[in-house]
Design a protein around this ligand. Sequence first.
Ligand code: DON
Length: 304
Amino acid sequence: MIPDYLAEALGEVAADTTGETAGYIPELATADPERLGAAFAMVDGEVYGAGDIDTAFTIQSISKPFVYALALSDRGFDQVLAKVGVEPSGEAFNEISLESGTGRPLNPMINAGAITTHSLAGPEGLQPTQRVERITDGLSAFAGRRLKMDESVHASEMEHAHRNLAIAHMLGSHGVLTGDVRAVVDGYIRQCSLLVTARDLAVMAATLANRGVNPLSGERVVPEPVVRQVLSVMFSCGMYDAAGDWATQVGIPAKSGVAGGLIGALPGQIGIATFSPRLDSHGNSVRGVSLFERFSSDMGLHVM
Ligand code: DON
């Protein structure tokens, strides 16, 4: 029944061909724009799906809440909050958006904050490659299987990383980032280049919904207070400058990525993931947003 419902929902949004694949990363611009899938992972471990739920694509910004969770677990709240705030920026994901005075990025969902939280994953003093390993291990634990990296997407994005390098140099000038800031950007882009499927993303979201325990493997990935912090920030900042529209119309903590993935996590209930590569002007999947609007209203998922 749930797969039938999902297939029907996909059929309804399939006709919408508005939006564009992410043009600023050449390897993403060539993605098949017709791909479409949706998956539900329940906190009891059941997974349902329809469409392209086993097609791999890069996680991109959907990595941000999970790496924020790892940084909070590895370094503690005080150390992370001293460097990254929790306020919505009201700006696009790749704006500089630093707090005046301190230079602290406004939140961990925009690039400035995510580059900083990348640098805070793992214990202090890790080499850049060890940090990427810590993150790959951590995100794999959220997914319940070993994730691989797409080296060609990483190389393609590094060639066009001027904005992220500029943001990282600004962070360096404020002392928010220290050491080799180019290596931090390289690691952040590697984190964004991890390959996932909609099925994986639904399980990752369900691990948040299940308060930090992966419902398939039973592994506790991060502590419960960390999950509360992450879901709160996803609710207020996960959809960037569309966060207010999203909070009122969909009302589920969520995060999007420029390869076309979109996740939502409803505490105690369900992790949801959709995949469709064409994006709106905020960098959110057009058909993904429509699907979430429908799921929220059909199943009464709005948290308010
Ligand atoms: O930093 C970037 O530009 C990308 N690697 C990730 C951006 C992203 O996915 C924004 N989300 N919609």
